[in-house]
Design a protein around this ligand. Sequence first.
Ligand code: C5P
Length: 237
Amino acid sequence: MSDPRARLCAALDLPDADAARRMAEQLGDAVLWHKIGLALAVQGGEALVRDLKDAGKRVFLDYKFHDIDQTVANAVAGAVRAGADLVTVHAVAPVVRAAAAAKAGSATKIVGVTVLTSLDASDLEAEGWRDGVSALVRARAQTAIAAGADGVVASAQEARMLRELLAPGAFLVTPGIRPAGSDAQDQKRVATPASAIRDGADLLVVGRPIVHATDPRAAACAILDEIDAALAHPAPR
Ligand code: C5P
């Protein structure tokens, strides 16, 4: 049976790299994947990537690159050199193409961010998009994959649709994961760990339910148990 630790990524959303380093130590061998987000980009993120890689961890560098081709290419090349296993870019064709070309030959995966899990249909409407969240996630996911992305980031609420839409090898990353009964906070398209796994997500990103827990390691282990149970009893398709 597959290791549930390969399916959980703890988002180290802490004020600086030292706090993130301490959290990674506290989580210990319970957690394999760690996500480094934008806040750490200007506060020691690159050194943290190297330290986590030296400690045998998998690193998701979630800076959501979106810039001109050359700048994206340089940024991705830097992420690859630092050892990132997974890198996010916006799901816009030229951006994805530049990232995919820059990572060529490395094992680093490029994933395209479709629609932030903190947005819902009314947020999109305010920007002039009236066709709902799913249609935009679909369109951006197809754009990202066609431009050379290894996968996409979306809510687990769209996981089943994306599994049907995309080729089997597409890597599906789902933030906005909330164990039953926990506070959604600023996330709007949430799902439980079990439903994300059953609907076909590859990697579940969990931040505050772990790093703000009284006992982060115990919180991570409880999520791993839920993932393990869902892997053992997949829902019929
Ligand atoms: O604390 P929480 O579990 O909500 O953290 C989710 C993490 O996933 C955050 O670091 C956030 O930046 C990231 N993320 C997201 N939605 C996306 C892409 C990334 O919430 N579409």
